[in-house]
Design a protein around this ligand. Structure first.
Ligand code: PDD
Length: 286
């Protein structure tokens, strides 16, 4: 089945969808994005993603391409047209194009580009990768200083993922000034003596939508949470660790820089949080 995608008001077969070569997303990474997961054909945490998108746009003085209601309708229509039961919806808004390359932003009446497409991922919830747990390497965080804005500047995270693959691992955690910031495309946590430790929100990390939901659920389940800076050595000495993201929910981490955590299998807190998160998310999905 050919995938149907959305580009600036039109639903098109993916091969017919086009964006200008002068689009600022293409030339300057002048674009923001969101990834929303789909379970049972419904959207997970849509509201959180829509609110964060709005914030990213405002932080960059970028015009909003449409209302939240219209966005929801586009998401739902793409899920339906592509028959997605489990998967992802990718959304990108760029500052558009005024037909040339210029560092100066184009005039405010330049329409933003809005692109959405689905990714079919059967077995996303019941994932073998989550059952096995992820192996992590640590690398220096050399990204820009506004990681709270979800921009498409993903070259370094992508390189980090490749460094991990080369080392026979699954992902990388990023270190700045001696402290873990986050994963290449997820928020990072460790657990020691039952306490969950994660970096507090700031401009240094993305304010994960899954992070917010998982921490709320952990609190409701009477789990102890500490939001503070932590080092990779603390994480290596932990009982267990995990990451959160819309694309992998709660992913147990079983090894950091070659050091096995606990008995080297997914820990009980990560497994429990994954279960609770999936259960609650399915109930609230739209
Ligand atoms: N990544 N930190 C970074 C750097 C991320 O790129 C992401 C998400 C997260 C988790 O945020 P959320 O829980 O809202 O997905 C944290 C998405 C999934 C991606 O780039 O594909």
């Amino acid at each position: 089945m050919t995938r149907t995608v959305y580009v600036n008001g039109e639903y098109l077969p993916e091969g017919e969808a086009k964006v200008s070569i002068f689009d600022r997303g293409f030339l300057f990474a002048d674009a923001v994005y969101e990834v929303t997961s789909v379970l049972d054909g419904k959207l997970i945490d849509f509201e959180g993603h829509a609110v964060r998108l709005d914030r990213s746009l405002k932080e960059l003085d970028m015009a909003s391409p449409c209302s939240k209601e219209e966005l929801l309708e586009i998401h739902r229509k793409l899920v339906e047209l592509n028959g997605i039961e489990e998967g992802l919806v990718y959304l990108q808004v760029s500052r558009g194009s005024d037909g040339d390359r210029d560092f100066v932003f184009p005039s405010e009446d330049t329409p933003p580009s809005l692109v959405l497409f689905t990714q079919n991922k059967p077995g996303l919830a019941d994932s073998p990768a989550a059952a096995k747990g992820a192996k992590i390497i640590s690398i220096e965080d050399i990204r820009w200083g506004r990681r709270d804005i979800k921009t498409v500047q993903l070259l370094y995270p992508s390189m980090g993922k490749m460094m991990a693959k080369k080392a026979g691992c699954d992902d990388a955690w990023l270190i700045e000034d001696g402290y873990v910031t986050e994963g290449t495309s997820n928020n990072a946590y460790y657990v020691k003596n039952g306490k969950i430790v994660t970096r507090p929100l700031s401009n240094d990390i993305l304010h994960g939508i899954t992070r917010a939901a998982v921490l709320r659920l952990a609190e409701e389940a009477q789990m102890e949470i500490e939001e503070r800076l932590f080092t990779i050595d603390e994480a290596k000495a932990a009982d267990e660790a995990f990451t959160t993201s819309a694309s992998a929910f709660v992913m147990p981490v079983v090894e950091i820089d070659g050091v096995a955590l606990g008995d080297g299998t997914p820990g009980p807190i990560a497994k429990r949080l994954r279960e609770i998160y999936l259960e609650e998310s399915r109930k609230k999905a739209v």
